[in-house]
Structure formats: structure tokens, C-alpha cells
Write a protein that binds this ligand. Structure first.
Ligand SMILES: Cc1ncc(COP(=O)(O)O)c(C=O)c1O
Length: 448
């Protein structure tokens, strides 16, 4: 590509690493013309840039390894997004995988992800899911509560070698993020209250099929402040000391969960992964030394920060509505593929894919196609004058969008493509109307 004929995109930190704007103002990602892909594959279309995903995986792995002398592992939190192609990529980059359901585990195993590198989370794992995990040879089950511990102890009563587990604690740390994505406070539904640790240890004493190797906590999502992580390490090490001193359990691994923040709009700054790794390395080294532990293994579980920036959602403007002080652009997607704005007021920005850096002319509401007044993707998007048929590109759309997608209004879920080095591959086809009746059962009595 001739570099004199292209320029960087405004607010480049919100876009995939390979994003440029060509001499005609067209958005190019992974060497591909985004609007052309939208017309070829149809919209809504979710586009992922392979280089951005791989780069995020490498940044996390190298930063942790560089900043902590003990063993480190990065597990991708697959709740942010999971499909077969992505599973292959995560495996290829040497990360582990976190799953929170039998479905996520199934996809990972079907894609050939090594079970020993998978951890299973969840506050309400069913017996069937625990059995599925145990049968798969999963690396670790992160136990969330005493009932789960009792069930798991029963399921593994005659198991040899024992199943490695970690205990998730609620560390009683409040973070500066939206209440819906806050998980480390004392009244969170997730994790053992700190005062239940002794009861867990007692139960484990008579659970020969389980081997406690780690402690886990997760503070929440969209965190930009590093200090809560240091407080979390303090609490986790305090709990590890208690388990050692009172009950004789030797903890080998500390898992601090995920949560690293991602900028969604121009006013938000990128998160410094290296600074977090430094702070974690420093805090864990100090706490291990202070409490007489060897350097414990450090595990981190980023989801959003691996996949959010790599994903761009593409929509077609289907219709407009003009009021005296307001203009709506109705798009062919919305809360069905991205529930975040409706769920917790998440903010996004957008550009026109064929006039990517063009001067702003108006502020418009980007309204979804679903039958809910709350289906507004962006309340006030500064854009050049847009019209029906234009392709709208929304950056930072990779995390917690498709993984939360629904077929509300019986609208098929989008297709997904991966771009890299000028080529594109379809990694998930668009849902069809046939897919939507595939589960319907018509009894012979009801047949017409
Ligand atoms: C246990 C656990 N680990 C990791 C994550 C990933 O968080 P994030 O995507 O914010 O990095 C989550 C998200 O909810 C989680 O619950």
C-alpha cells in the first residue's frame, strides 16, 4: 500500500491498530476496505482485526513476565466474546481460557483448546456443568460458594488424582465503575465472603478428590485505577496466610481476575497494561516476602482489553427522522447485537465508513431497529451529514456485544469477519430465519 495516499484515523486509540483512511476518505482496517466488506457480507457486520487481538495477547503476556519474577499466566475471559476462530487464535498466542458455562466450555473443547489451560468460573454452575468440566480434564474449577464446594466434593469423592480448584473470595473492595460491572464489594453475589473461608477449609479437609491450589478475586470491569488491584493482592495474601496458618493449606496461585479498562470515547485514555503489571509484580513480591511465601504464581484474566478494540460494528443507515432540534439515523442493528448502551449507559462513537475523517456537520442520535425506545446506540454522535445507505462504523465493539446478543424481534444475529494483511475470512455466518425456528417443536396434533 502506498503510504502517501493514506492518513491516520482521528482518535486512533479507539480503532484497531491497522486502521487507516485512504485518499478517498475510506476506512481501511487490516488492509481491507470496510465499506466494501459491509456491502459484500451485509450489515450488521462485526469486523475483527487479527493483528490487534494478537498484539493485545502479547502485550499482556510480555508485560506480566517482565514485571514479576514468579510464574505468570494470562487467561482470556471468554465471556467477552467466544467463537471457534477466536479460540484458535487465543490458543495460538499461548493464553489460557476462562469459561463460565457449559456452552463456553463446549465451544472451547470443540475448537481443540487444551483442557488443562481452561479455568471454569460461575456463581451458579449446575451439577451437569461441573460433571462436564470434570470429565473434560479441565485445569481448574474456581469455586464460588460453599454449596458448590459441597457438590464438587461429592462428585469427586473417588477421584484420583484430585481436581485442582481455586476459591473465589469477595474481597470487600469497592471500585470506581458502574454498579452493574462491580463485583468485588462485600455484598456482591460473587465469591465467598471472607468470613466463610474457614468453613470452606473445613469442608475441604474431607474432600480427598479436590486439591486447593489457588485463590481468586475479580473486582469488576472498566477499571482504570491501579490501587484497588494492590489492595486485592493484600486481601488475597491475607486469606492465603489464614488458610496456611489455621488450616495447613498451601496456596500456590493468586488469580486477580480481569477488569482492565478500555477507552470507548475520545475523552478516555488508553489503559497502561505495563503500569498494571509493574504494580501487580511489586505488590505480590512484597506481600509474598512479608508473609513468608515463595513467589506465588500470578494469573490474570483480561477479557475486554483483549478483544474490545479489535472489533468494529458496521451498520447501514436505513432511514432518518428529522425533528426541529434533533435528527435520528435509524440503523439495521442496535440492542440485539449491542445491549451495552441500554443495559448500563455505555457510550460509543461512530464514523461514516466512506467519509471517515470528514468534517463534522451535525450531532445525531443513532437509533436501533428494535421495538424499544431505549434502543439508542449513541445519543449524540458528531458526524458529517449522513444519509440513507451510508455505512456507519462503530469502534471498540468487540467485547460484551455479540456475546450478549439476542434475537429480539426475531432478528438474526450478525455475521462476523476477521481481517488480516489485506484478506478477509468469514468466521461466523449470519444467523438465518431457519436457525430461528430450528428449536421449535410442532406436535402432530398441532400440525396444519
Ligand atoms: C471472573 C472474571 N474474570 C475476568 C473477567 C473479565 O473482565 P474484563 O473483561 O473486564 O477484563 C470477568 C468479567 O466479568 C470475570 O467475571
Amino acid at each position: 500500500m502506498n503510504h502517501t495516499t493514506q492518513e491516520g484515523i482521528n482518535n486512533a486509540h479507539l480503532w484497531p491498530l491497522t486502521t487507516v483512511v485512504d485518499m478517498h476518505g475510506r476506512l481501511m482496517i487490516g488492509g481491507c476496505n470496510v465499506a466494501t466488506l459491509a456491502r459484500q457480507y451485509g450489515t450488521p457486520l462485526y469486523l475483527f482485526d487479527e493483528e490487534t487481538i494478537r498484539s493485545a495477547c502479547r502485550t499482556w503476556r510480555t508485560a506480566l513476565a517482565a514485571c514479576y519474577r514468579g510464574e505468570t499466566a494470562v487467561h482470556y475471559a471468554s465471556k467477552a466474546l467466544l467463537n471457534t476462530a477466536l479460540t484458535h487464535l487465543i490458543a495460538d498466542e499461548g493464553l489460557g481460557l476462562d469459561v463460565v458455562s457449559g456452552g463456553e466450555l463446549y465451544v472451547a473443547l470443540r475448537a481443540g483448546f487444551p483442557p488443562q489451560r481452561i479455568h471454569m468460573h460461575g456463581n451458579a454452575k449446575t451439577r451437569a456443568e461441573l460433571e462436564q468440566a470434570l470429565a473434560s480434564g479441565i485445569g481448574q474449577i474456581i469455586v464460588d460458594n460453599l454449596d458448590e464446594l459441597a457438590m464438587l466434593a461429592n462428585l469427586t469423592a473417588y477421584r484420583s488424582p484430585p481436581q485442582p480448584i481455586a476459591l473465589r473470595i469477595a474481597p470487600d473492595i469497592v471500585t470506581n465503575t458502574h454498579a452493574h460491572i462491580q463485583t468485588g464489594h462485600a455484598t456482591s453475589k460473587f465469591g465467598l465472603p471472607l468470613d466463610a473461608l474457614d468453613a470452606a477449609a473445613e469442608r475441604l479437609r474431607t474432600a480427598p478428590g479436590l486439591c486447593l491450589i489457588g485463590l481468586h478475586a475479580h473486582l469488576g470491569s472498566q477499571l482504570f485505577d491501579l490501587e484497588p488491584y494492590a489492595a486485592e493482592i493484600d486481601t488475597l495474601l491475607d486469606s492465603a496466610s489464614r488458610l496456611r496458618d489455621r488450616h495447613g493449606f498451601i496456596i500456590q496461585q493468586i488469580n486477580i481476575g480481569g477488569g482492565a479498562g478500555v477507552p470507548y470515547t475520545a475523552d478516555q485514555h488508553p489503559f497502561d497494561v505495563h503500569a498494571l503489571a509493574m504494580r501487580l509484580g511489586e505488590a505480590l513480591t512484597d506481600e509474598c516476602r512479608r508473609r513468608g511465601f515463595p513467589l506465588l504464581h500470578l494469573v490474570i484474566e483480561p477479557g475486554r482489553s483483549i478483544i474490545a478494540r479489535a472489533g468494529v460494528a458496521l451498520y447501514t443507515i436505513i432511514a432518518t427522522k428529522n425533528l426541529p432540534h434533533m435528527r435520528f439515523l435509524h440503523i439495521d442493528g442496535g440492542m440485539g447485537d449491542n445491549i451495552r448502551p441500554a443495559l448500563y449507559g455505555a457510550r460509543y462513537s461512530a464514523v461514516l465508513a466512506e467519509r471517515a475523517n470528514a468534517p463534522i456537520e451535525e450531532s445525531v442520535a443513532i437509533t436501533g431497529r428494535y421495538c424499544e425506545s431505549g434502543d439508542v446506540l449513541i445519543h449524540a454522535a458528531p458526524l458529517p451529514r449522513a444519509s440513507v445507505g451510508d455505512i456507519l462504523a462503530v469502534p471498540v465493539a468487540g467485547a460484551y456485544t455479540l456475546s450478549m446478543a439476542s434475537t429480539y424481534n426475531l432478528t438474526p444475529r450478525p455475521a462476523v469477519v476477521m481481517v488480516n494483511g489485506g484478506s478477509v475470512r468469514l468466521i461466523q455466518r449470519r444467523e438465518t430465519y431457519e436457525d430461528m425456528i430450528a428449536r421449535d417443536v410442532v406436535s402432530s396434533q398441532g400440525q396444519v
